[in-house]
Design a protein around this ligand. Sequence first.
Ligand code: ZN
Length: 240
Amino acid sequence: MEQEIKTLQKWIDESDNIVFFGGAGCSTESGIPDFRSVDGLYNQTYDYPPETILSHSFLGKHPDIFYQFHREKLVCPDARPNAAHLKLAELEQAGKLRAVITQNIDGLHQMAGSKKVLELHGTIHRAYCARCGKHFPEDYIHYGEGVPRCECGGVVRPDVVLYEEGLDEHIMQESLDYINQADILIVGGTSLVVYPAAGLLRYYNGKKLVLINKDATPYDAKADLIIHGPIGQVLGQIKV
Ligand code: ZN
């Protein structure tokens, strides 16, 4: 891994147009489990798989179970940014990194100090009424019992993209633009099998596609540099 890190360091030293695209693996080192991973817990305690519970129709039909899951599994008040989040914020501060594009909804990049964060799947740190659109503070949905409701009677929901829902077109377009114009694209902590991850990579035109992931991904053959390791451990070694 040492030689790969040296190469990555050299590329980073020479660039002021780095874009990072990250997935669930960025947050696991902060203690936030990836609900898609096999050993990742969520199995067994619920009668439905996570992908079902976190869907648009399920929230409509069973808001009580949705909120039980939300409070038990998605709200992680103790999670703190790890070495990957911190390094990315540092790289942005140094004028080297242009944007972080993330599939995570935990807000840890912002907590680490990153300013330009494009959240493809929204964030659990915002909430709104599904009926009238009124905004609510996040605590309104994170704590307490039962289903949080608006004065209008509508269910208040987290501002995340659920299964069966489309991505925000503006955020998607902005992400594509950053990737399209990037000198270095670092992809970390994602297996690149979940929509829209793999599709986004096709917009990259550069010659420095870096994949940092614990396991192999379907994109390894297309990468210019592959580092197999935990993202925090890898980026933690980079000097800004
Ligand atoms: Zn309302």
